[in-house]
Design a protein around this ligand. Sequence first.
Ligand SMILES: [Zn+2]
Length: 241
Amino acid sequence: MRIYVLSRNKLILSFLFLLTVVGIFTITQSSLTTPSLVRTPGTYYMANTQEKVIALTFDDGPDPIDTPEVLDILKEKKVQATFFVLGKAAQANPYLLKRLIIEGHEIGNHSFNHDYQQRRLIEEIKLTDQEVFASTGTHTYFYRPPGGLISKIQLETVNKNGHIVALWSVDSKDWRNPGVKQIVDNVIKNVFPGAIILLHDGGYQRTQTVKALGPMIDALRDRGYRLTTLSGLKVLDSEIK
Ligand SMILES: [Zn+2]
C-alpha cells in the first residue's frame, strides 16, 4: 500500500517535470519569432572574437535630414558603419546611397516597406537590392528584418536566396527617444568584444541619436574599442557560419 502511494507521488512529480520541460521547450521555440535580444539561432548578431572591435549599424534610412548629420559625424570621427536601408527611402534619396559608399560605409538590406510581417519577404529584399545596385553598383549581403522579427521558415528562405540575416547584440534603444545620455549609456554599459550595436538614422526624427553619436564613439574608443562595418567584424569571426 505504502509503495503504491509513493509511486503515485512519483508519477505526479514526473508529470509536473514533463510539463516544465514542455513549457521551457515552447518558450525556446517561440523565441525564434521575437527580437534578436534573445539571440535568435542561425542569425548573425555578434562576432566570436576576443578583440575589442564592434560594429555600429543604422536602420530605417536613408533620411534626408538625419542621415547627412550622422554621416558628417562618422566622417569627422573616421568611423565606417553599416546602414540597413529601406528600399522606399533608398528610392527617394539615391544621392545618399552614393554618399554612403563614397565615404566607405556598407549598405545592408532592411526590406522595402518595413512590413513587420514580411508578407512579400523575398520580393521586398530584391526590390531594395535593385535600388541599392542602381545607385551604387553594389549588392546587399546582410538582411535585417523589420523589428528584428523573423521566423525559422523566413530565416531559411532568406538564407536560400543568398542573404545573411543580421540582427544585433546591443540595443541603444534610441527608437524610444530615452534621452541622449541614456542612449550612450545603453551602449557603453552593454558593449563587449564583437558586439553589433543597433541605432537608427531614419523612420522618425533622430535628433537624440545624432547628438549621442559623437560622445558614444568617444566613449567606446576611450574603452579601447575599434569600430568597423558588419563585414569588417565578420572577418574577425573565429566561428564563420
Ligand atoms: Zn527598422
